[in-house]
Design a protein around this ligand. Structure first.
Ligand SMILES: NC(=O)c1ccc[n+]([C@@H]2O[C@H](COP(=O)([O-])OP(=O)(O)OC[C@H]3O[C@@H](n4cnc5c(N)ncnc54)[C@H](OP(=O)(O)O)[C@@H]3O)[C@@H](O)[C@H]2O)c1
Length: 331
């Protein structure tokens, strides 16, 4: 086995087309409690775009490998990493800004963060679910504590996070209201949304108020979208943002409403992946993969996600996955 690997390194902050370079690097060695995983798929998240543009330049020195999702196969176990063995198919989310990215053919990870890949998912699908799935689990289950019969508003239902959140809220027995462009309404109702509101065609607030408000808001947009949440919130409602810290001034709009505000910054964990995997096994959750590109085309994947790809290509629904290895895996 060769002791090197191909990686896509972030070499400059800025535009996608000049930011990355393919490099050969030494293959890492798993330390105590760690696994060496052959990465078969990873995915692109908005965090990667923000990192590439330089928003977190104080968090990483260049050149750097970025990316946080992995689905792949264990090839080597470090000392004491006896929960897995070579050949096991695994998926995981890496710690954010931990300095070991996933745009690479191999990746070293602590076994405690790793779960067995759900058999019903391809590697591309599993890689497209890890970060967004864990985020949604933390937001709707751990923070909001969504209960059956509650009404949940998921902003950005056609996106990576929103497309999973609709399915999870629906699986929890909630009535789901979502915001998405009109062209995506059939798609989001197909995922389980009961009501779709076109955010690009006017104010979402009166539409949600007409439904009688919501118990839980999952904010994936921030800004004004988040700050108006109290106007639609039921008493004892919960607002979970994954984008913005709510301004305390919002509490004025919430006068008379007992509300709880949360900010989630996703953290990896096997239990959350295992819970998502059980929903996958039950047929209640299926990641939406809108596009798959090879590792060599990470720059194009970034352009596609940020809506700057040429040829009039629109942003795909759900996730953009990256197939690692040649030939690219089928979806
Ligand atoms: N804190 C955390 O741990 C965490 C974790 C994951 C993600 N995030 C953040 O969450 C955000 C969403 O992530 P994502 O992966 O879902 O991104 P994404 O795949 O780009 O999806 C965003 C979705 O929001 C829609 N949208 C745009 N403007 C909107 C508006 N005003 N109202 C409602 N929907 C709107 C977009 O529609 P169009 O494509 O039609 O414009 C798109 O469908 C990003 O900012 C990301 O950085 C945070």
């Amino acid at each position: 086995m060769s002791s090197s690997m191909r990686v896509l390194e972030l070499v400059h902050f800025g535009d996608a087309d000049t930011a990355f370079a393919t490099r050969e690097r030494p293959r890492p060695t798993p330390g105590p409690g760690q696994l060496l995983v052959r990465v078969l798929a990873t995915s692109v998240n908005p965090l990667d775009l923000q990192t590439r543009r330089g928003d977190y330049r104080d968090q990483l020195a260049l050149p750097a490998v970025i990316g946080n999702d992995v689905s792949g196969v264990v090839v080597e176990t470090g000392p004491g990493a006896d929960e897995f063995q070579a050949g096991d198919e695994v998926w995981y989310l890496t710690p954010i800004f931990a300095g070991r990215g996933t745009y690479a053919e191999f990746h070293v990870v602590d076994q405690a963060l790793v779960a067995r890949k759900p058999a019903r998912l391809s590697h591309v699908e599993a890689a497209g679910l890890a970060l967004v799935g864990v985020t949604v689990w933390e937001a709707l289950v751990e923070r909001a504590g969504v209960r059956a019969g509650e009404r949940v508003l998921v902003h950005g239902g056609a996106g990576g996070v929103g497309s999973v959140a609709i399915q999870l809220a629906s699986a929890l027995g909630a009535e789901v209201v979502t915001t998405a462009r009109a062209r995506d309404h059939e798609f989001v109702t197909g995922l389980g949304a009961d009501t779709a509101i076109d955010f690009s065609a006017g104010d979402y607030v009166p539409r949600v108020r007409a439904l009688g408000g919501v118990d839980v808001v999952l904010d994936t947009v921030g800004g004004d979208t988040l700050s108006r949440s109290p106007e639609i919130l039921a008493d004892r409602g919960r607002v979970v943002s994954i984008v913005d810290i709510p301004d305390p001034q919002n509490l004025l709009a919430a006068w008379g409403v007992n509300a709880t505000y949360h900010f989630v910054f996703v953290s990896p964990g096997r239990e959350k992946l295992a819970a998502l995997g059980r929903l996958v096994d039950l047929g209640k959750l299926r990641p939406v993969i809108g596009a798959v590109l090879p590792l060599s085309e990470v720059a194009q994947a970034h352009a596609l996600l940020e809506g700057s790809a040429g040829g009039g290509r629109r942003r795909p629904r759900g996730k953009i996955a990256i197939a690692v290895g040649e030939p690219p895996l089928p979806r």
